[in-house]
Write a protein that binds this ligand. Sequence first.
Ligand SMILES: Cc1cc2nc3c(=O)[nH]c(=O)nc-3n(C[C@H](O)[C@H](O)[C@H](O)COP(=O)(O)OP(=O)(O)OC[C@H]3O[C@@H](n4cnc5c(N)ncnc54)[C@H](O)[C@@H]3O)c2cc1C
Length: 264
Amino acid sequence: MYGFEYQRPADRAGARAACSGDARYLAGGQSLVQAMKLRLSSVERLVDLGGIADLKGISVDGGRVTIGAMTTHAAVAASPEVRRALPALAELAGGIGDPMVRGMGTIGGSLANADPAACYPAALVGLDSTVHTDRRTIAGDDFFQGLYTTALEEGELITAVSFAVPAKAAYVKYKQPASRFALVGVFVSQGSGGVRVGVTGAKGCAYREPALEQALAASFTPEAAKAVKLPADGMNADLHATAAYRAAMVSVMAARAVAAANAR
Ligand SMILES: Cc1cc2nc3c(=O)[nH]c(=O)nc-3n(C[C@H](O)[C@H](O)[C@H](O)COP(=O)(O)OP(=O)(O)OC[C@H]3O[C@@H](n4cnc5c(N)ncnc54)[C@H](O)[C@@H]3O)c2cc1C
């Protein structure tokens, strides 16, 4: 690693003050520290959010699940409130990486990082959601802007994320077997606002798939999802899967997610 300064403020105001110039927030370190170790990323100052107690926690109120930015994947997976209100989200969190990654990684870090193959981004766009920051609220639909790019401004701190509880939802991913990141992952939900289909792993960032949403609004069945043939244009291609394979897998994962949502 290149050398860096380390600060661990006790509150949000201290974090904001420390995160100026060439500085980054440090959450679970499961993406940032890896990138720094590989010297893909360097920064003058790391501002550790681990000492700020009010960035952690889960509440369910008025049909919304709200999760503090520093809440770990393990805490979301184990939360009785999330398992009752939004079991699809608890299952998504429980399927991220391995126990160490889940014990350290956070929902705020995962969203801010905007890895194209990460799981939480599919839920952010697959549900009616809001990202809360120290400056404003950002609709989940407007949060991702491209590869590792979000609507966050320089030094903007995610404080929490909230999700409307749908009538039905499920997340299914086709796992990269070594990391368990999504080669393709699909989060489907059906609620008062209609059907949403959030896709991760297939393009530069998580997105909603209108062709699947239209088909599932007409018939919320695995058969309707499977019948949607998506073009390969714009899909990711790498040594793990071609663009055409990923395009086909989006419909397959959506069909499996609908089957799981209907089976609850
Ligand atoms: C082996 C391995 C397997 C993995 N498998 C999966 C998987 O299957 N699915 C999946 O989704 N993910 C997976 N991950 C990634 C993991 O989920 C991480 O938790 C996630 O990438 C980043 O979260 P973090 O809390 O560690 O953030 P960090 O690495 O600490 O930070 C990531 C970025 O977010 C910024 N940031 C952090 N918190 C905030 C905040 N509150 N406000 C603003 N910016 C912030 C940081 O400055 C940094 O730029 C895996 C990681 C590893 C190492």
